[in-house]
Design a binder for this molecule. Structure first.
Ligand code: OXD
Ligand code: MN
Length: 667
């Protein structure tokens, strides 16, 4: 039954009492015009004050607000965003304190082509690309050229008439030795509210910075001089640029409000900048989920897994296992920071504090825990909205069992505001393929008890994976660490809508370590760094696996003439069967047999009890290694390595490729 649920009354947002100075009259001793008392200004360390003052002068906002992260501040900002129609409150009784944002139709995903890493020498950022090939593992621009572009063309007056918000935030628990501090300046209140979910932000971070005089990553973000289509979503898509300066721990993002481009703690800091810090400091910053897996006897292991964007990391991290007695708990769904401790154990933290997940496909069947978590305190972006008796709810493809789009009492507005029904002229999808939920991690019923442990959780296994309709078996284990690094380096996957560029590609793309869009330095050096982990004294190296839930075959639809691609493996909760095999292998159980590509489950060792529809024939197909497909695979890998890595490639990785080719020839 639907029940009315009105928003609580909250105070009107007011940007009261700006001081009299304008940004043009600021001098180094001045405090910028504040929305608060100057006590808040004095809360910043001197280095932070200097950074804020410089960027305030550059961007020319009307005033400054230093975020304390309080509930009251958040309510004021949400209220302001509702008035500006950037977001709409969900009034359906299923939701509590939830909002829907609709972006400009040109600002819907990460923009890999406009994302740069800026260093002195190009070779620090990208490996030498073969003559005639274009670099696919990152874009470089010199620091000088980018500085000129940003300081003269993009940021001057970019915040004209807006408030600049200063967000002090911590990636990782505040004060943990593994955490990193950032200060993000932004003119987007949507970004402030989202950063409050995705990071630990506000007063506690300011206090910590003051106490320890800690250094911080400088993060500047502006929506830019709006050229967009909507007043409610200013942006400058043609001039968007996202720049990283690893040598001075600085990020500048201009022109986009979409999360992957604007929540600078996430991809920009926690992956691109952090990967360069990790290399210097001897650890790993990776595009990986982290989950805890407990067996029926109560023994627990932790697994980290790297899949490209929108390939099911969130679903795996929050899985409800179908096999009796097994339990999965979630530490993180997107990013892992890992380092070997003094006992040689690889320990991982999730630097984030929220989930910014892809909404379509999430349902009670595929990810019930997540669906429950997003009912409160969540900002949805670009999903469709429903209207039932004047109450607003949400819809996306995959939710048909929860919300019936055929029901005439439900009016659906697609992500772009167009009226949608399955039989209307607008073909959909109703929700944008890259639409998102942004929800606090603490709300997840199965959040791991150790998810905020400053020491991190011990990692027993690392999985690589991607969307591969053919060639790649359900699961295999690498022979050793070096082979595992090669497996990560060779990853390919069907592209997804998580980036503007991805939505146009229909063939598998090389996405090594699922880091293609997120490397902060050259891939060749990254491989050397991964290999060097092996040489640390006394380390207990986790086992490395590759998984593929997405193998398909063409089958005739039972009630129709046409042929359809169907998945061979049921996926979701059934993936626990693969995790069970991985668990056994981390105990060195004798359940593996050698193959040309690695160790595969011994016949009968994958638990398929109760999976009655899975015939012996299908199981065989899930593990088939067609020789011609693998010959093509190794050709593609070689071409990619030659084109994109060249002389930067560690010899051991070439040796791995040679050995794989020989094993395949002998098959
Ligand atoms: C993400 C991505 O948002 O990988 O996590 O694009
Ligand atoms: Mn991701």
């Amino acid at each position: 039954m639907l029940r009315l649920c009105w928003p609580r009354q909250i105070s009107r947002f007011s940007l009261a009492n700006p001081f009299v100075w304008s940004s043009r009259t600021l001098s180094s001793s001045n405090v910028p015009p504040l929305t608060q008392t100057s006590a808040q200004w004095n809360n910043l360390t001197e280095a932070a004050q200097e950074y804020v003052r410089n960027k305030f002068t550059l961007c020319g906002p009307k005033e400054l607000h230093i975020c304390d992260g309080s509930a009251r501040e958040n309510e004021m900002l949400l209220d302001y965003l509702v008035k500006r129609r950037t977001i709409e409150k969900l009034t359906h009784s299923n939701f509590e304190n939830c909002y829907l944002a609709r972006t400009d139709p040109h600002d819907i995903a990460r923009v890999e082509g406009k994302t740069f890493v800026c260093t002195k020498n190009k070779s620090d950022t990208v490996s030498p690309v073969k003559f005639g090939a274009s670099a696919s593992l990152g874009n470089w621009m010199s620091e000088e050229s980018m500085d000129f572009l940003l300081e003269h063309k993009r940021f001057p007056s970019s915040m004209d008439g807006r408030t600049m918000y200063a967000i002090p935030f911590s990636m990782g628990p505040v004060g943990s030795p593994l955490s990193k501090i950032g200060i993000q300046l932004t003119d987007s209140p949507y970004v402030v509210c989202s950063m409050r979910i995705m990071t630990r932000m506000g007063q506690a971070v300011l206090d910590h910075m003051k106490k320890s005089n800690s250094d911080f990553v400088k993060c500047l973000h502006s929506l830019g001089r709006s050229q967009g289509m909507l007043d409610s979503w200013p942006c400058d898509p043609d001039n968007t640029v996202i720049a990283h300066f690893p040598n001075r721990n600085e990020i500048c993002s201009y022109g986009s409000g979409y999360g992957g481009n604007s929540l600078l703690g996430k991809k920009c800091l926690a992956l691109r900048i952090a990967s360069t810090l990790a290399r210097k400091e001897g650890w790993l910053a990776e595009h990986m989920l982290i989950l805890g897996l407990t067996n029926p006897q109560g023994r627990k292991k932790y697994i980290a897994a790297a899949f490209p964007s929108a390939c099911g990391k969130t679903n795996l991290a929050m899985m409800r296992p179908s096999i009796p007695g097994w339990k999965v708990e979630c530490v993180g769904d997107d990013i892992a920071w890992m380092r070997f401790d003094s006992n040689g154990v690889l320990r991982a933290i999730n630097p984030e504090s929220g989930f910014f997940g892809v909404a379509p496909g999430t349902s009670m069947k595929t990810n019930p825990y997540c669906l429950n978590a997003v009912r409160k305190n969540t900002i949805f972006t670009n999903v469709a909205s429903t209207n039932v008796d004047g109450l607003t709810g949400i819809f996306w493809e995959g939710l048909e069992d929860e919300v019936n789009p055929e029901d005439e009492n439900i009016r659906i507005a697609a992500w772009n505001g167009i009226r949608y029904s399955p039989n209307s002229d607008f073909p959909g999808p109703a929700a944008h393929k890259n639409s998102r939920f942004c929800t606090p991690a603490s709300q997840l019923e199965i959040i791991d008890p150790a998810w905020e442990d400053p020491e991190g959780v011990p990692i027993d296994a690392i999985l690589f994976g991607g969307r591969r309709p053919s060639t790649i078996p359900l699961v295999y284990e690498s022979f050793d660490w070096t082979h595992g690094v090669f497996v990560g380096a060779s990853m390919r996957s069907m592209a997804t809508a998580a980036s503007i560029e991805g939505s146009a590609t229909t063939r598998p793309v090389h996405d090594p370590f699922a880091m293609k869009p997120f490397f902060g330095y050259s891939f060749g050096k990254y491989l050397h760094h991964w290999l060097s982990m092996r040489d640390k004294p006394g380390v207990k190296l986790p086992k490395i696996f590759h998984v593929n839930w997405f193998r398909t075959e063409r089958r005739r639809h039972p009630h129709a003439e046409e042929m359809k691609e169907v998945f061979l493996w049921p996926g979701f909760g059934e993936n626990s069967r693969v995790l069970e095999w991985v668990f056994k292998r981390t105990d060195n159980e004798d359940v593996a047999r050698s193959s040309a590509i690695g160790l595969m489950p011994k016949h009968g060792s994958l638990n398929v009890k109760g999976l009655d529809e899975l015939t012996a024939d299908t199981i065989e197909k899930l593990f088939m290694l067609p020789k011609s497909e693998w010959q093509l695979e190794t050709e593609k890998i070689r071409e990619f390595f030659l084109n994109q890595v060249g002389d930067d490639m560690p010899q051991e990785i070439w040796d791995q490729l040679d050995a794989l080719e020989q094993r395949i020839e002998a098959m």
